[in-house]
Design a protein around this ligand. Sequence first.
Ligand code: SF4
Length: 414
Amino acid sequence: MPAPAQKSRAPGRPNASDLLVWYDRHRRVLPWRALPGERPDPYRVWLSEVMLQQTTIAAVKPYFSKFLELFPDVAALAAAAEERVMSAWAGLGYYSRARNLHACARAVAALGAFPNTEEGLRKLPGIGAYTAGAIAAIAFDRPAAAVDGNVERVMTRLFAIETTLPAARPEIRALTLALVPRDRPGDFAQAVMDLGATICTPKRPACALCPWMAPCVARAEGLQETFPRKIKKEKGVLRKGAAFVVVRAGDEAILLRTRPPEGLLGSMAEPPTSAWTHDYDPAKGLLDAPLDARWKRLPGIVKHVFTHFPLELTVFSARVASGAGAPAGMRFTARAGLDAEPLPGVMKKVLAHALEVKAASSVSEPKAETPVDLATPSEPEPPPRRAPIPKPPRTRPSDLARIVKKPPKATRKS
Ligand code: SF4
């Protein structure tokens, strides 16, 4: 698509060299980014770009290091069992990306190397227009447009694009592509991302420090914070359900099952849960229990916010006899093995909640149903890479880790 003509109210035309001068002084140092003079590693570029979709830099950093440690190159990732990849990904969310990542690694391993063009990259599983553009530009210095949420914000402000998102995307892409220099297209792609993350932020952009302040139309009109134009999104309707945490006496193993491969949290592990519906009645929750036992409804509710709906789970817990077998399609997992289970954030919250309440009730019974707010803020959308680095999502994996790794109570002899 040819670049749309610039609006007549524009005070001037932005150019790549002003931005690159700024980038050379202010570029961010990121674990996946090559330092000046270094050759970018396509595996690192690809891995980081897939991980960063819909997620913050702060959340991605530990996962990126873990993946490099477990799977140092694309061949190692391709050869890994899917369960191992899903376990390593657990907690990062959007689990279909992990499955696509693995499928893509296998396709690249079969090809022998990453394709070095946007067209070639687009043919790989899980690689869309943005990721293909980003890898082509950053890893192979191809003149490609890599338009993520940050770049959308910069471009809609720079050119005061009135069209709402997502309809404005082709226009934004064409305008971005028209600015890509023949020389240093990879640095240009990263420079626009950095500008959006550090200067042209969603709120209170630091226009006085911006290398494109002079040609920026939105800034000239004092309207910068009103771009990009968006249609107000409707919030998803609350869904409710029940989760059942079964602890086996003796080895203290936890009952888990694997969710179906398709759909939300596909192939991830969970303590058995009911269906999640708008009108679920927790008073009737035990009708969905996975086995007969003396169930206890725990005080509090576990809350979680998915991109398209919030969820509230009432948690029931029970102990079964030592040596009890798991119902069909389920398994008992020892505490020490929980870290290797691909448990998504919401299920880690359920386990942490159940085990915390159990630990507290062994000291004293709770007196009243105190609401427990374990809500996680919505994951940002479209993919932001904000700086300063925002707070990581409150998935509280540390709670689970702390509980499952807690050594047995020592008996005081004195
Ligand atoms: S001048 Fe302000 S609004 Fe315009 S691109 Fe720069 S930071 Fe963004």
